[in-house]
Ligand binder design. Structure first.
Ligand code: ATR
Length: 276
């Protein structure tokens, strides 16, 4: 008789101690009464390929990956989703019954699902978006805004060449603007997204003056502090805001569903568990 296995999943990184993913998945497993486990695995880059072969034999059904494995996971994958290919990195891996694994990237969908939950009146096609930053997080945000139907994106980055590179990859809906013009650009958009590290604890604030129309949605991927100087300025001006913690929570949901078979919900209790 075949022994039914308790499903195991992991977050793999190096280092890994800081990851909040075990708290998120642990909360959902216990809330939904699922007999499964989600563990942090510290695996250095050189051992990652071997781990991807061994883990399914031990009962792992999938894994999240974080630094430094996000690009290597894409290269080693048997199958890659279109969004992971566009974003250029993977964060959610599912082992396939026939061997190998599927690589997905759920950061962009996590970003959009957070906006839809916290700002249900937000209409992606209402106008252009201003995206600040051109790193890995920006790639996920650009993919998701275009996928959601935002008609045009103004992209600004301190190092302009990085923004131009993204504009080349993502197409002619992306217009690169100078970093010095970001305050002026706030007048023309209905969505503003900070993907830079500015405003994070220990970093300088983002130097911007919001002169946008009423109703412009302002969101920050930084969630430490939860209310960044950018979000505080938006709140003071009566603009709708969405903080960055929800993106972290929502990006975890598709992996949980594919590994453990139930659709989890992002609620305030989960936010408290992750903040504790
Ligand atoms: P992530 O993967 O989280 O996006 P990243 O690739 O290191 O991280 O990107 C960090 C982003 O924050 C970049 O857009 C970076 O701008 P540069 O490309 O010019 O480096 C931006 N950033 C970091 N510190 C900044 C600062 N002091 N002023 C302006 N932008 C800054």
């Amino acid at each position: 008789m075949k022994n039914p296995r308790i499903p195991l999943a992991a977050v793999i990184g190096w280092p890994i101690a800081h990851s909040k993913s075990p708290r998120i998945h642990g909360y959902w497993l216990s809330q939904l009464g699922i007999a499964g486990h989600y563990v942090p695995l510290g695996i250095p880059a050189d051992d990652f390929a071997d781990a991807m072969v061994q883990l399914p034999k031990l009962g792992f059904v999938g894994a999240n990956v974080t630094i430094p494995h996000k690009e290597q996971a894409l290269e080693l994958a048997t199958e890659v989703t279109e969004r992971a290919q566009m974003i250029g990195a993977a964060n959610t891996l599912t082992f396939l019954p026939e061997g190998g694994f599927l690589a997905d990237n759920t950061d962009g969908i996590g970003f959009i699902n957070n906006l839809r939950q916290k700002a249900p009146d937000w209409q992606p096609n209402a106008g252009a978006a201003l995206v600040l930053g051109a790193g890995g997080a920006s790639r996920a945000v650009l993919w998701s805004l275009l996928d959601a139907g935002v008609p045009q994106i103004l992209l600004a980055n301190r190092t302009k060449a990085r923004a131009e590179q993204l504009s080349n990859e993502f197409g002619n809906k992306i217009s690169v603007i100078d970093w010095s013009d970001i305050s002026e650009a706030t007048k023309q958009v209905s969505t503003i997204v900070n993907t830079t590290s500015l405003g994070m604890d220990g970093q300088p604030p983002l130097n911007i003056t919001l002169t946008c129309a009423a109703g412009t949605l302002v969101t920050d991927l930084v969630y430490a502090p939860m209310i960044t100087p950018l979000l505080q300025q938006a709140i003071d001006k009566g603009l709708p805001t969405v903080d960055g913690l929800g993106m972290l929570l929502h990006q975890a949901a598709p992996g949980f569903q594919s590994w453990f078979g139930s659709c989890p919900t992002v609620d305030d209790a989960l936010r408290q568990v992750v903040l504790a």
